[in-house]
Each structure stands twice: as structure tokens, then as C-alpha cells.
Design a protein around this ligand. Structure first.
Ligand code: GLY
Ligand code: MN
Ligand code: MN
Length: 436
């Protein structure tokens, strides 16, 4: 992503924050795994969106109209010893030279410098309630400033959540963002294809996961957007199954929900396919029903349509199908009203997708489902999960879990499926798997 894109975002944010106010946002911090070992660092998405700065222990300050510079970055000073052990870091000079900050200060001096920046500001915008430490620090800085109010310094009177502006911006993807999302989607399609081709009875779920990771890395994307779900047989009925530890059995389905991350942008794909390469009759019927529901839901995606429409359509198609197949009994309209479908379809149709896999952005405005607009990206992922111990249904259905998930861009006239390269028709899947 070019620096100019980050600059554009900062300018847009500053316009909304307005002169006389200040906005603060902190980076993510390194998380200890044990003793000297840390979890892999992932920058806070909001912070990265505005700064493109990928270091921990940093804080960005935006002061619209400040003569000495509007964008200030607090970060770690360059330290040769640190560079030797941990690798390159920008330092104060790098922050201004390479990351577009107007000014930079050592993060260790923040308590001395920041209260002065809050002086005479009316509102402080920040991601309220997300980082307890920052919440606490801001109150400390304000308290510090209050003590000086006798000297004629005025103290901010309002603390305001920054998320409203920022998340509205993040909801609409620019061409540069879509480029990264397309790459994440393409690589993830390759990985799912590889998993379908390599899968065989007797493999363990984690071995299939290894095939996914192999493809992500080979295609240049090291990180996953979320822990991969590789769920054979009834494990697919556990919605967030990430243990990935069981042996795959002939005759079972395998549900894989996995996506790579490309420069902080996610993809999120689910496919369900037979471990042995051939659907049995019950699996085929339920699979086709979920696929029909997915197509019908995707068809709803266009500007001006309320967010919830796709969900409603998926509920309708799935409920009708469940009655036709004998898993539900009764009148479709009554079953929908009584939410009987929820025993088999207990999640919603999808979510916004972007830097975070469950991305930011309001789903409702003034208590009404929001209307879709071009540039929004979302997933469409209906599923059916028949509990293994569900005595009410014929034994042939029990323990089957199916989800089909694609990533969708709302265009000016309708939609584009970003993950279209990955087969999902029964015949296509069987053909791909048998080609091995
Ligand atoms: N992978 C999480 C989800 O599909 O929402
Ligand atoms: Mn998913
Ligand atoms: Mn999803």
C-alpha cells in the first residue's frame, strides 16, 4: 500500500475530527506467550489503516490545524542492540522520513509531552474502551492537565469514540484495498483447491491444515486471517472447531473454513467436500440445498438492498428445503416465524469483511438494517448443521455439517464474487478431487 493512501485517510479523518480537537490511537502491543517468547505480532487494524506503521509500542496523534504538524507519531527510538536482536525498526527519524509523520517523539517521553498536546482542545477522540491502558492513560493526562488549569489552561471537556468516523471509512474499500483483498482471495482459493486435491481418508485434520498453510506461504502470504477450521464429519457441527486433531474417515464430509491475510486484509472462505471425493445421497441433498441458499442470497446483493435481505432469503430457501427433505415438519411461514430453522442454521448469513475478518462497520443505522452501497465487502455463508444426537431426524442426516462461504464486493450494479475461482458445484468438486 502506498504512503499516499495512508495520507489520504489521515486527511479525511482529520477533516471529520475538526480543528480545536485531537485524536489518539495506539498500536497493538507484543503479547507474551511464555518467558522470552512472544506471539506473532499483528498490528491493530485501525492504527495500521491510518499509519501503515507496523511496530508495537507506538501511538499516533492527530491535531487538525496544528502549525508545527498535524500528525505526530510516538514510537521507539532506534536502538542498535535491539536492531541486532529483533531486527529493523524505524526510530524517530524513520517515522518522519518513511511514514509521513510531521513530527515524532520517543514513546518513553509520552507522559511529559502528551498532556501539553491536550491543552485547549475541546474533544479527545480515541477508541474508547478498547485498550484499558490507553483509557487509563488519557484520564491520567487530563488529570495532570487539570492541575494546571489555574494557569489558564483549558482541559478537554469531551471524550468521544473515534470508531464512528474511522469504521465508516473502513467499511468502504478503495481500489488499493480491493487489490489486496483480491490477492488474499486468490491465494485462499488456491489453498482450498490444494486441500481438496490432497485430502484422503486416513489423513488427520491437521495434515489438511498443513496443505492450506503450505499454499498460503508458497503464494507469498505467510499469515492466516484467522485460525483455520478443518472439521471432518460431525466436527463440522461445532461452529468454531479449531482443534483440527481428528482422523478423516471415508464417507464423511470435510468442512474447511480458512483464509489468508494479505498486508492486513482478510479473505474468508468455506468449502465442504467429501473426504473420499464422492458425495453420498444424503450429503448431496443437503449440500445442494445450502448451495441453492447461497446462490439465492448472493443474488440479493446490490446497492440499495437492506443488509438483512440476503439473510431472510437464505432462511426461506433453507426452511423450504428442510421441509421438503423431511427434517422439519409444518408450514414454512410458521416454521420461519417460530425460528425452527435455528436448530440447523443458527448463525447469520455473513458479515463485513476487510482488515478484520469480522470487519468493522454498523449493520444498522437508526435501528434499521443498513442499505448496501458500492465498495462494501462482505461474506455470504449459509450453512446447515445437523446435531449428531438429533433424534428427531432420520439417522442418515445426523452429524452432517455444511457451510459454503464466499467473499463478495458490492459493485455499482450488483455484486462480484471475489472467491469465484474456487469450485463449489457438486460435479466440479468431485471432478477436481478425482483428477488425482
Ligand atoms: N471464519 C469465520 C467466519 O466465517 O465468520
Ligand atoms: Mn469463515
Ligand atoms: Mn465468515
Amino acid at each position: 500500500m502506498k504512503q499516499s493512501e495512508f495520507k489520504k485517510r489521515r486527511q479525511s479523518l482529520m477533516q471529520q475530527v475538526g480543528k480545536g480537537n485531537i485524536a489518539l490511537i495506539a498500536s497493538a502491543f507484543n503479547q507474551t506467550r511464555n518467558r522470552d517468547v512472544e506471539f506473532p505480532f499483528r498490528q491493530d487494524s485501525d492504527f495500521y489503516y491510518l499509519t501503515g506503521f507496523n511496530e508495537s509500542n507506538s501511538l499516533a496523534v492527530f491535531i487538525p490545524g496544528r502549525e508545527q504538524g498535524e500528525y505526530i507519531l510516538f514510537c521507539r527510538e532506534f536502538d542498535e542492540k535491539k536492531a541486532l536482536w529483533e531486527g529493523a525498526h524505524a526510530g524517530l527519524e524513520g517515522a518522519t522520513k518513511h511514514y509521513g509523520a510531521d513530527d515524532s517523539f520517543p514513546i518513553t517521553d509520552i507522559d511529559d509531552i502528551l498532556p501539553g498536546m491536550l491543552e485547549n482542545k475541546a474533544k479527545v477522540y480515541y477508541p474508547m474502551g478498547r485498550d484499558g491502558e490507553l483509557d487509563h492513560q488519557i484520564l491520567e493526562w487530563i488529570t495532570h492537565l487539570k492541575k494546571q488549569s489555574r494557569n489558564g489552561v483549558s482541559v478537554p471537556g469531551e471524550l468521544v469514540s473515534l470508531e464512528h468516523f474511522l469504521h465508516e471509512m473502513r467499511l468502504f474499500k478503495s481500489a488499493a484495498e480491493l487489490k489486496l483483498m483480491r490477492r488474499a482471495a486468490d491465494v485462499s482459493c488456491n489453498a482450498h483447491k490444494r486441500a481438496m486435491q490432497q485430502c484422503k481418508p486416513g489423513f488427520y485434520e491437521y495434515q489438511v491444515e498443513a496443505e492450506l498453510l503450505h499454499q498460503f506461504g508458497s503464494d507469498g502470504l505467510r499469515y492466516v486471517a484467522y485460525p483455520s477450521i478443518v472439521a471432518g464429519g460431525k466436527n463440522a457441527c461445532v461452529l468454531h472447531y479449531i482443534e483440527n486433531k481428528d482422523k478423516l474417515k471415508k464417507g464423511d464430509l470435510l468442512l474447511i473454513d480458512a483464509g489468508a491475510e494479505c498486508d492486513h486484509y482478510a479473505s474468508d472462505i468455506t468449502r465442504t467436500f467429501p473426504v473420499s471425493g464422492k458425495f453420498n445421497s444424503a450429503q448431496r441433498q443437503l449440500y445442494q440445498l445450502v448451495l441453492d441458499a447461497q446462490y439465492a442470497a448472493i443474488e440479493q446483493i446490490k446497492p440499495g438492498v437492506p443488509w438483512n435481505k440476503a439473510h431472510e432469503v437464505s432462511v426461506e430457501v433453507l426452511t423450504k428445503g428442510l421441509v421438503r427433505l423431511g427434517l422439519l415438519k409444518g408450514r414454512v411461514s410458521k416454521l420461519i416465524k417460530d425460528e425452527k430453522y435455528k436448530q440447523f442454521y443458527m448463525h447469520r448469513i455473513g458479515h463485513w469483511l476487510g482488515m478484520d475478518v469480522h470487519d468493522v462497520g454498523d449493520y444498522k443505522l437508526d435501528n434499521e438494517w443498513r442499505l448496501l452501497e458500492p465498495g462494501m465487502t462482505l461474506t455470504i455463508e449459509p450453512g446447515l448443521y445437523i446435531p449428531p444426537n438429533c433424534k428427531k431426524v432420520d439417522a442418515k442426516w445426523r452429524g452432517i455439517g455444511i457451510r459454503i462461504e464466499d467473499d463478495i464486493l458490492v459493485t455499482k450494479t450488483g455484486y462480484e464474487v471475489l472467491t469465484d475461482a474456487l469450485p463449489k458445484e457438486i460435479d466440479e468438486i468431485e471432478k477436481l478431487m478425482q483428477a488425482n
